[in-house]
Design a protein around this ligand. Structure first.
Ligand SMILES: [Zn+2]
Length: 313
């Protein structure tokens, strides 16, 4: 329920216009013109929530319900709209198989950063989440996996101590239960309100992943639009397989910052998943609708060796 409304909000990130009936172009009288500003606000309220969404890539008006049924992928040009963490989990795991972990873990305010607690509270209310990641154990086809899914609508998917701790606990659970770990990222980076505590999560999550790797268990990282900064520079880029969704923007610093710093023109398609695939940073681009089948296929392959070892032992 809440999921649908907050995903809509995150559409703003892509400068997608909210669903509106195309406005009538009645500018014939000054009377019609004057109240335009105030009326557009009240008008917005009157329009039933999310009937149509304009695709930012092909400009087709898409019926919201159909878009939801298509996992928020444009039927015409395959543009991938942002999708909420819960919807994403629902699209991957078997029905009723997902057992959420640490659902109530909520952020403290270690630096006494002005307005941080209020901010957290308001995001908790608007999203229905306690923080920017959902973690748990579920079944993907016949594979039991430890799955973490980030949500950009909670403070830009930023990684503070809660995101870091939840992911670390998830990875540790994966290690102790001998399960593959899959993390689906979308993030603007480390959460500035928690300063150094946020940065420490980069090392913490990676340390947990290295123990997981020592147990010869697979870790698949899935990069979705957008994945940047401290998240990309830690757990998101160290998968045994690094996958991405089509068109996802992925990087450390944003292109504008890099352009300003280097004072040079950036190549076409810079920081897109397609560009990074071509340059070897990611291993495959997987459309959202194929993600579940491809993950099962990869896990079959990656766990085959383990099965053989177990059979010999
Ligand atoms: Zn489209």
């Amino acid at each position: 329920m809440a999921t649908t409304s907050f995903t809509k909000k995150s559409l703003g990130l892509e400068s997608v216009e909210p669903a509106v009936t195309p406005p009538t172009n009645n500018t014939s009288t000054s009377f019609a013109k004057k109240p335009k500003l105030s009326s557009s606000k009240s008008r917005k309220k009157e329009i039933p929530e999310g009937l149509w969404v304009k695709c930012p890539k092909c400009s087709t008006m898409l019926y919201d319900k159909e878009l939801d049924e298509n996992l928020k992928v444009c039927q015409h040009c395959h543009h991938h709209f942002p999708i909420g963490a819960r919807e994403r989990i629902h699209s991957l795991v078997e029905t009723c198989s997902f057992q959420e972990m640490d659902a109530d873990l909520s952020s403290d305010d270690p630096l006494k950063f002005p307005s941080y607690p209020e901010k957290i509270e308001s995001y908790q209310k608007s999203t229905g989440f306690k923080d920017a990641v959902i973690t748990g154990i579920g079944k993907l086809g016949h594979h039991k996996v430890a799955l973490g899914v980030m949500d950009f609508s909670f403070l830009g998917g930023s990684m503070g101590s809660v995101v870091g701790e939840k992911l670390t606990r998830l990875i540790e659970a994966g290690t102790s239960k001998s399960l593959p770990v899959i993390i689906i990222s979308t993030s603007g980076g480390a959460r500035m309100y928690e300063g150094m505590f946020s940065l420490m999560q980069m090392a913490k999550t990676c340390a947990a992943l290295s123990y997981h790797a020592k147990s010869r268990l697979p870790y698949i990282s899935i990069l979705t639009h957008p994945t940047y900064a401290g998240v990309m520079a830690s757990f998101a880029s160290v998968g045994d397989l690094n996958l991405a969704e089509p068109g996802a923007m992925i990087g450390f610093a944003g292109p504008r910052v890099i352009k300003d710093t280097t004072q040079s023109e950036l190549p076409a398609g810079f920081q897109t998943a397609e560009f990074l695939l071509e340059h070897g940073l990611i291993d495959a681009i997987v459309p959202r609708k194929e993600m579940k089948d491809r993950l099962i296929y990869y896990l079959d392959f990656m766990l085959e060796g383990q099965r053989q070892i177990a059979a010999v032992a």
